[in-house]
Write a protein that binds this ligand. Structure first.
Ligand code: GDP
Length: 303
């Protein structure tokens, strides 16, 4: 239900436009397909993925003689689900962290996308689910970033490892993982600086952070989580391109889905980068973070 509410804006755009695309039509013809293409591009699904979807629907419609809105909706649902990378976790209680203890999450993304908020919300959810969580304030370039992580730590009631602004981020990451091991924590979440001014610089910095963590936990980080603001549409795709070139991103968090009609970006990104959307932000409150479930997401879009 929270998901339905979070996706309200995307849904309004999506469904009403799709309905318009087929109204009064008895078959899925070229005009319907053109309209559908427009709707998908407007919802920020992205051109490549849109063309893929339209092409598949055209072929299936020709073969199976689909007619009318219901059929189109059903076909679209199936095709979209097909394009979303697999991720079927439903709630944080049963969320699988495997045998890793501590499970180390390195969080990357540019400033303003909701990185700090996502870390705070995630810490909250994981703590509520019974985990011992520690946060590492390794974005040492902005004083505000360290302060914000500390505020979230107090708010959620989890430990924060921090050093003064300007300290070596790798050193903070090292301290955090070490402290997590010593304290028997289940999850360590490490913030990093979101500077994208220089790709080589970013790559070197993230590599250095990874390397020092591995001195303590050899297979850390288990999750490299890229946070993207869904409302920025194609910018989010550009950031995904940059960050996936700089480091081995293996999970995505899409924030601000509540404030945007561009929820389709989840479909495009998942298809283009083959990285699962793992978390979605659907509001500013502490509880407004959900594990992404592609079936629920698609069902909710078409409700
Ligand atoms: P950072 O610079 O990436 O760390 O960004 P912040 O975490 O400080 O977030 C920037 C702004 O986005 C803040 O005002 C947050 O409350 C807001 N924000 C973050 N996530 C969401 C979300 O899922 N929905 C909405 N509506 N706002 C969000």
């Amino acid at each position: 239900e929270a998901l339905d509410k979070g996706l309200e804006k995307t849904k309004e755009g999506f469904l009403s436009k799709i309905t318009k695309a087929v109204v009064g039509k008895s078959t899925i013809d070229d005009e319907v397909l053109d309209n559908l293409e427009e709707v998908l591009v407007m919802s920020d699904v992205g051109v490549t993925t849109t063309l893929k979807i339209v092409d598949r629907i055209q072929k299936r419609a020709a073969r199976d003689k689909y007619v009318g809105t219901d059929d189109l909706n059903r076909l679209l649902k199936e095709e979209i689900q097909d394009l979303l990378a697999e991720n079927n976790s439903n709630d944080f209680e049963t969320f699988e962290y495997g045998s890793h203890k501590p499970y180390v999450i390195m969080v990357v993304g540019v400033n303003g996308v909701g990185k700090t908020t996502t870390i705070g919300k995630l810490a909250h959810q994981l703590k509520e689910a019974g985990n011992k969580v520690v946060l590492g304030a390794a974005d040492t370039f902005r004083a505000a970033a360290v302060d914000q992580i500390q505020l979230w730590g107090e708010r959620v009631g989890v430990r924060v490892v921090a050093q003064p602004m300007g300290s070596d981020p790798a050193s903070v990451a090292y301290d955090t993982v070490k402290s997590a091991v010593a304290n028997g924590d289940d999850v360590a979440i490490i913030d990093t600086a979101g500077r994208l001014h220089n790709k080589v610089g970013l790559m070197n910095e993230l590599t250095k952070i990874k390397n020092v963590m591995q001195k303590v936990v050899p297979d850390a980080p288990h999750e490299i989580l890229l946070v993207l603001d869904a409302s920025t549409g194609q910018n989010a795709i550009e950031q995904a391109t940059q960050f996936t070139q700089a480091t081995d991103v293996n999970a995505l968090a899409l924030t601000k889905l509540d404030g945007t009609a561009k929820g389709g970006v989840a479909i495009g990104i998942s298809d283009q980068f083959k990285i699962p959307v793992k978390y979605i932000g659907v509001g500013e409150k502490i509880g407004d973070l959900q594990l992404f479930n592609k079936k629920d997401f698609v069902e909710s879009l078409f409700k």
